[in-house]
Design a protein around this ligand. Structure first.
Ligand code: CA
Length: 221
């Protein structure tokens, strides 16, 4: 018997879902609507959403950041776990994808907690920094274009407070990070670089969790 993280068979994954995921109807509906979308793999899995909601509650987060909204599953989970006066700054470049997100935020009654910024995320993050908001966020989730991951991590690190969390999604990149034949792929390189950078970043405490497509949790010391 090995101590390494196990790969999940379909049957075991079904068991995990059936015996641990408590998904609200509104989240299930959003996931079903997104399942018809050609880019459905950009949506996080329900067990990952549940973990993120738990983390938001655990650290008592009130001010959160999301880089990459897509159709809004993760932002909806985060917003549902924020207190009434909580805030989520959500960054995306697609009006089309986020129109689905907005519909569900509205239906769930959390629209008032979410500020959506349709612009390149780096512009939004740099504006937050220029506004003096460094060190004021409790939680940041990075799940957008992989080539900018290092820049997003840099900005999120500045924006998050001491003891706050930065979550980075897709860090196992469908296994390509460990596949030597994928070494020339630009996005694979970008993911490998950010993994290397975070691994050697003494300013954070980390855990890479093999949930979904791999999720790194970094806590700012
Ligand atoms: Ca993702």
């Amino acid at each position: 018997m090995s101590n390494q993280s196990i790969g999940l068979s379909d049957r075991l994954y079904e068991y995990l879902l059936a015996n641990s995921v408590r998904e609200l109807d509104i989240l299930t509906k959003l996931r079903q609507e997104t399942s018809k979308h050609p880019l459905v793999e950009m949506q996080i899995s329900p067990e990952q959403g549940q973990l993120m909601g738990l983390l938001v509650q655990l650290i008592g987060a009130k001010k959160c950041l999301e880089v990459g909204v897509f159709t809004g599953y993760s932002s909806l989970v985060v917003a549902l776990n924020l207190p009434d006066d909580g805030r989520l700054i959500a960054c995306d470049i697609s009006d089309e994808f986020t129109s689905i997100a907005r519909k569900y935020w509205q239906a769930a009654g959390v629209s008032n907690k979410i500020d959506l910024h349709i612009a390149p995320a780096l512009e939004t993050l740099d504006r937050l920094l220029a506004n003096g908001e460094a060190g004021s966020f409790d939680f940041a989730f990075i799940d957008a274009d992989k080539n900018n991951y290092a820049a997003y991590y840099d900005r999120c690190f500045q924006l998050v407070r001491q003891g706050g969390l930065i979550l980075v999604d897709n860090v196992l990149w469908y296994g390509r990070v460990a596949d030597p034949t994928m070494d020339q792929d630009q996005r694979t390189q970008a993911i490998k670089q950010i993994n290397h950078q975070i691994y050697h970043d003494d300013r954070v405490q980390i855990s890479l969790i093999p949930i979904g497509d791999g999720l790194t949790i970094a806590r700012k010391k």
